[in-house]
Ligand binder design. Structure first.
Ligand code: FAD
Length: 394
């Protein structure tokens, strides 16, 4: 049985960022990360991979290269939590005990919640930016479509980066226009929700973007089945339960997502199966030595890497205070950000907090589409991620 002072479950965006910050703050800490994957991905790039601007492999690095110096990497998968005995059990059967636990295994993609999706994704016009294994198919099908119906979906419930389903739709539309086939393609964006974006300031702009591009949003449409043989997408209307069938020539699916099963079935779970933490301190509501951040946490904000950038310093400050038996005074305000790509040279940089109020970084109106913000997304943010955030510097 291994023991570490601090055990982090998940070496994705949240796990690595928080590990780096812990080591920077107190190099003598004994920190271990349990993470099964050999590769670490900067997933926000997948929008641009789907849009043909990067190759899939440009979004990844070896996990071994991002685990901070001095942090132990246990290449394994956690299967169960026993917070009453400060123990996690891994797939290989090992029990790892801890003084403090940080839970950051991300969100689970539930491909099988749409009938026929698992079998068809990546083939015959069905694509998705939500996996490294299928993201290349998005660009393949966008590039090869010369006429017909291009369909884009957004499911009910939480997804990572709520604006991402729209981004790929706008990129595709821009590509069709630039390559001279736009008038032969109908672009449809279907979503289970009732509006394009949660925050009014950005929603109003995005409604105009969709209108200008001739992209017709169909609200309250929840994708339930893909019939790939007949190229039909089957929806249930969220209010009337009516079945709606739309024929497609290509379809980009944003799959349903949810709390990871091993979290939702554990004692750490709260409502919806997420790790139940205080929305300001990030400390677990029942187990004082447990914290969570990122997509698997119950934090009621839009699930993004940008949010994690602001959550990580709060978590580290409070955890160190807890270890020193001092009051936990750091507070997370729900900050999150969604760079909504609206074309190959334009972007709306949405930033807001728990109150739904814009919390913008730049001294100009970020609801306006800008080329400079597109360049930030394409070049600035990836550099900031790999060289700053994962080192606990920004
Ligand atoms: P992840 O980064 O997903 O990491 C979770 C880690 O936990 C993984 O490495 C996984 O292998 C590991 N894990 C899973 N199960 C276990 C287990 N049982 N035991 C141990 N480890 C486990 N965010 C933005 O800020 N801006 C954007 O523009 C943006 N665009 C996006 C576009 C797309 C297409 C996608 C897919 C995401 C986008 N995001 C964006 C969201 C962002 O990538 C996520 O919010 C962020 O990666 C979440 O970090 P995380 O650490 O919680 O989860």
């Amino acid at each position: 049985m291994a023991h570490h002072q601090i055990v982090i479950v998940g070496g994705g965006t949240a796990g690595i960022t928080v590990a780096a910050r812990l080591r920077n703050a107190a190099p003598s800490l004994d920190v271990a990360i349990i993470e099964p994957s050999e590769k670490h991905y900067y997933q926000p790039l997948w929008t641009l991979v789907g849009g043909g601007l990067f190759k899939p492999e440009e979004s990844g690095r070896d996990e071994a290269d991002v685990v901070p110096y001095g942090v132990k990497w246990l290449k394994d998968r956690v299967e169960t939590f026993d917070p009453n005995s400060n123990t996690v059990t891994t797939a290989s059967g090992e029990k790892v005990t801890y003084d403090y636990l940080i839970v950051a295994p991300g969100i689970q993609i539930n491909w099988d919640k749409v009938k026929g999706l698992k079998e068809s994704v990546g083939k015959e016009g069905v694509c998705s930016n939500y996996s490294i294994n299928t993201v290349a198919s998005t660009w393949e099908f966008i590039r090869n479509l010369k006429e017909g119906v291009a369909l884009f979906t957004q499911p009910a419930g939480a997804v990572k980066c709520g604006g991402a389903p729209q981004k790929i739709c706008y990129l595709a539309e821009d590509h069709f226009r630039r390559s001279g086939v736009r008038d032969k393609i109908e672009v449809i964006f279907t979503l289970a929700g009732p509006r394009l974006f949660a925050v009014d300031k950005y929603r109003e702009v995005l409604e105009k973007v969709a209108q200008r591009k001739g992209v017709e949003p169909r609200f309250r449409h929840n994708l339930v089945e893909i019939r790939s043989a007949s190229k039909e997408a089957i929806y249930r209307h969220m209010d009337t339960d009516e079945e709606i069938v739309i024929k497609y020539d290509m379809i980009h699916v944003t799959p349903p997502m949810g709390a990871p099963d091993f979290v939702s079935s554990s004692e750490l779970a709260g409502e919806g199966g997420w790790v139940d933490v205080d929305k300001h301190t990030l400390q677990h509501t029942r187990f004082a030595n447990v914290y969570a951040l990122g997509d698997a946490s119950s934090l009621p904000t839009s699930k993004t890497g940008a949010a994690i950038r602001k959550q990580a310093p709060v978590l580290v400050s409070n955890l160190l205070s807890n270890m020193n038996q001092e009051p936990q005074v750091a507070s997370y305000d729900g900050y999150t950000s969604c760079p909504v790509v609206t074309g190959y040279d334009s972007l709306v940089l949405a930033e807001f907090d728990y109150s739904g109020q814009p919390a913008e970084t730049f001294p100009f109106d970020q609801a306006k589409e800008r080329f400079s913000m597109f360049l930030l997304k394409k070049f600035g943010l990836p550099a900031m991620y790999w060289h700053g955030m994962l080192h606990g510097r920004v």
